[in-house]
Each structure stands twice: as structure tokens, then as C-alpha cells.
Design a protein around this ligand. Structure first.
Ligand code: AMP
Length: 403
């Protein structure tokens, strides 16, 4: 293992049926171990654990998050990393919704955990899973400080005009309805990396970031502070995603309930799991979508066109909101790996000072880089995101400051 184990932070990202984790050094960013528990609660659960150049697997039913994490700890021991014994410096948890309550990385105690649990009404698909991960990790590592890092935190200070939905203000206030925004850890991390790449102070840079993964969001950031973002009260709003539709006429929901007799859980399921690229083409994975398009599949071609159309709509909006833009950046699975999406999103915009260099755009690279022409007024960049590292650093900072 690189570094002493007490320099390391264990980062946990638990979903409803999965736990992704990484043990890493927040300073050097070296990864000591990583893995994923999959299909928790189903008969065919599994774990894949990578450490010390080895991969260890577990197959068989895993009833809940605590059982999954316990098995992960056994695997750490098997690869020579006794987490409970040697101790790690901190555990950093990705928590999806911080509501109005949490907008900084926060040391978890019983009252913080209760508050995260209470916020489940705003994120019923996400916060309960995050709580399960925290409860399990506290049980297994009772002496290690646990820190929550919130996906909404970066967008807490959005301007009122950008965060307010035009519905009955009393209803909105009573129900906590506002634009919260998500993927904040990634947008903040990438925005910082952009400033370094441009060799400018973060607070001077105006930029647009496209986080295009299975979930997708864009943000407009002025001088280090976000002034708008595409996701809203929930991660459903905005761009077209793998399985979520992004923007919709809200009238579609009552229409479906009245005409198709769907109940609220069925609508939720339709919007969260069977819409977006998957709803239009049958697949949510971008590589599969590209293969289907290449094979001449019309539904997949349309899905791609809807995806790009939505990206460009927000690009136009954010160019106007920001007025002066220094950089447009692509990140996450699709953003980092699909030159086609980057080219199509920014095609024909030289009159706005945006020119992608085809050779730079298609060159294979895993590092932060320019893909615009030297004459492009607005720099176009690809910056790999690293949410785990950002969470590890935040957790480490909090623990160090706490003494
Ligand atoms: P993420 O959620 O950031 O892990 O991104 C997942 C998405 O990135 C999936 O839709 C993948 O198909 C997509 N992706 C990963 N690698 C590539 C690639 N080489 N070309 C296009 N899409 C990719």
C-alpha cells in the first residue's frame, strides 16, 4: 500500500443497491484499493475488490449494506489492508441531498445523521441509501471520523432568480422546493482544474462545465461561484441522461396519471429508470447507443439528436447568462470519451468565438487538455473528473481542522 494507512481516506458512495468505494491518499491521489458491491438485496449480489494489483471477487446473496461493507472489510484484510485494525484517517461519504441544511462537508454525529435521513423526502431514491452506507461504516469503524460531502453543496448559493421555481411561493417554502443542483463535487473539482489549466485564479474565470456521464448536468460558473445549473429539486431536471429525461413539460405527469392510470411510484420509476436515452433507444450506455447508430438504428439516432439538442439549448442559455465566457469544459464518462458529442455540441459556433480543433478533439488522452483551436476566443477543454479524490480531500481537511 502506498503511504501509511493512517494517511488514507476511505470514500464511500452508496446507492440503493450498490456501494462503490475507494481507499486513497488525499495528497498524492494514489489509490490503495477500490471496488464495488453490486445488486445488494438480490440473489446474485457480488463484490469486485481491487488492491495491490489483485482483484478479489465475492459471489452470493448480500442482504444489506452492512453485510456488504463487512465483506468488503474482509476483502481488505485478504489483500493485506486491515482497515479496522490499522485505522484510516477518515471516511468520506458522498451524500446526494443536503437540502438547505448542509452546504459544507460535515462531520457526522447522531444529529447530522438524523438530519440527512430527514432530507430523504427530497431525495427518496438517494438519501436512504447514503444513510445505510453511513450507518454501516460507523458500525464497522466506530473510532474513525466520518464526513458527509454533499452533492448539492456547491450550488447552495445560486442566485434567487436561478433557483426559484415559479409556483405558489407559500407551497414552495413549505415543501423546500427550489433548484438545489447536483454533481456539485464534480463541477467544483473540474472548475478548479480548469483554472489551473488556464493558469488563472479560480475567482477570475467564467466557465461552463458539462458533466456528461450516465447522469448529466451543466453549470454556469462566474468567478468561482455557480450562477446556474441544469439539475433542480431532484436530479431529473435539465439535460437528457442515460435513464432520465431531463426537462419535461410538468403537465406530462398529471396526464400520465389520468390517461395511462399510472400511480405516483410508477411515474417516478418511468422518469428515473426508463426515460432519457434508454426510453428513446432501449439502451442507456453511450457506447451501445453509438454502436446502434452505426448499425443504422433510427430510434438511437433520434435519441442522440435529442441529447445534443438539449446540450446546445443550455449552452446558449449559459453563454448569455455569463456574458463573458473563458472556458467550456467536458467531463465524466461521455464528456471525457466521446469526441463526437463534443464536436456536435459545439458545431458551427465560430461566430460565438468557439472553435474545436478536430485533431486535438479526437487525440486519445487521459489528462486535462485543450481541444480548441489557438484562435478560439473561448477555450474548449476536456478535464477528467475525480469525485472520490475531491471527497477524500474534503474529509481529510475537516478531520485535520477538527484536530
Ligand atoms: P459515468 O457515469 O461518468 O461513469 O459515465 C458513464 C457513461 O460514459 C456511459 O454512458 C458510458 O457508455 C460512457 N462512456 C464511457 N466510455 C466511453 C467512450 N469511450 N465513448 C463514449 N461513451 C463512453
Amino acid at each position: 500500500m502506498s503511504g501509511k494507512s493512517d494517511d488514507l481516506v476511505l470514500v464511500i458512495n452508496s446507492g440503493s443497491s450498490s456501494i462503490k468505494y475507494q481507499l486513497l491518499d488525499p495528497e498524492s491521489s494514489a489509490i490503495a484499493a477500490s471496488g464495488m458491491v453490486d445488486r445488494i438485496g438480490e440473489p446474485n449480489s457480488g463484490i469486485e475488490h481491487h488492491a495491490e494489483g489483485r482483484t478479489v471477487e465475492h459471489h452470493g446473496p448480500i442482504a444489506d449494506h452492512t453485510t456488504g461493507l463487512k465483506l468488503v472489510f474482509d476483502m481488505f484484510a485478504e489483500t493485506g489492508q486491515d482497515l479496522a485494525g490499522a485505522g484510516v484517517r477518515a471516511v468520506g461519504h458522498r451524500v446526494v441531498h443536503g437540502g438547505e441544511v448542509f452546504y459544507r462537508p460535515t462531520l457526522i454525529d447522531d444529529s447530522v445523521l438524523a438530519a440527512i435521513s430527514e432530507l430523504s423526502s427530497l431525495a427518496p431514491l438517494h438519501n436512504p441509501a447514503n444513510v445505510a452506507g453511513i450507518v454501516s461504516a460507523r458500525k464497522l469503524l466506530p473510532d474513525v471520523p466520518q464526513v458527509a460531502v454533499f452533492d448539492t453543496a456547491f450550488f447552495h448559493g445560486l442566485p434567487d432568480a436561478a433557483k426559484t421555481y415559479a409556483i405558489d411561493a407559500k407551497v414552495a417554502a413549505a415543501q423546500g422546493i427550489r433548484k438545489y443542483g447536483f454533481h456539485g463535487t464534480s463541477h467544483e473539482y473540474v472548475a478548479g482544474a480548469v483554472a489551473r489549466l488556464l493558469d488563472r485564479d479560480r475567482l477570475e474565470v467564467n466557465q461552463i462545465v458539462f458533466h456528461l456521464g450516465n447522469g448529466a448536468s451543466a453549470s454556469a460558473i462566474r468567478g468561482g461561484h455557480p450562477i446556474d445549473t441544469t439539475m433542480g429539486l431532484t436530479p431529473l431536471e435539465g439535460l437528457v441522461m442515460g435513464t432520465r429525461p431531463g426537462d419535461l413539460d410538468p403537465g406530462i405527469v398529471p396526464h400520465l396519471m389520468r390517461s395511462a392510470h399510472l400511480d405516483i411510484d410508477q411515474v417516478d420509476e418511468l422518469l428515473n429508470r426508463h426515460s432519457g436515452l434508454k426510453g428513446l433507444s432501449g439502451v442507456n450506455d453511450f457506447r451501445e447507443l453509438q454502436r446502434l447508430i452505426d448499425a443504422g438504428d433510427d430510434a438511437s439516432r433520434l435519441a442522440y439528436e435529442v441529447y445534443i439538442h438539449r446540450l446546445r439549448r443550455y449552452l446558449g442559455a449559459y453563454l448569455i447568462e455569463l456574458d463573458r465566457v473563458d472556458a467550456i469544459t467536458f467531463t465524466a464518462g461521455v464528456g471525457e470519451n466521446s469526441p463526437q458529442v463534443r464536436a456536435d455540441a459545439l458545431a458551427g459556433l465560430s461566430r460565438f468565438g468557439i472553435e474545436v480543433d478536430p485533431a486535438l478533439n479526437t487525440a486519445k488522452s487521459r489528462v486535462a487538455r485543450h481541444i480548441s483551436t489557438p484562435g478560439s476566443e473561448i477555450a474548449v477543454l476536456v478535464v477528467p473528473t475525480n469525485e472520490e479524490l475531491a471527497i477524500a480531500r474534503a474529509a481529510h481537511r475537516i478531520v485535520a481542522a477538527d484536530g
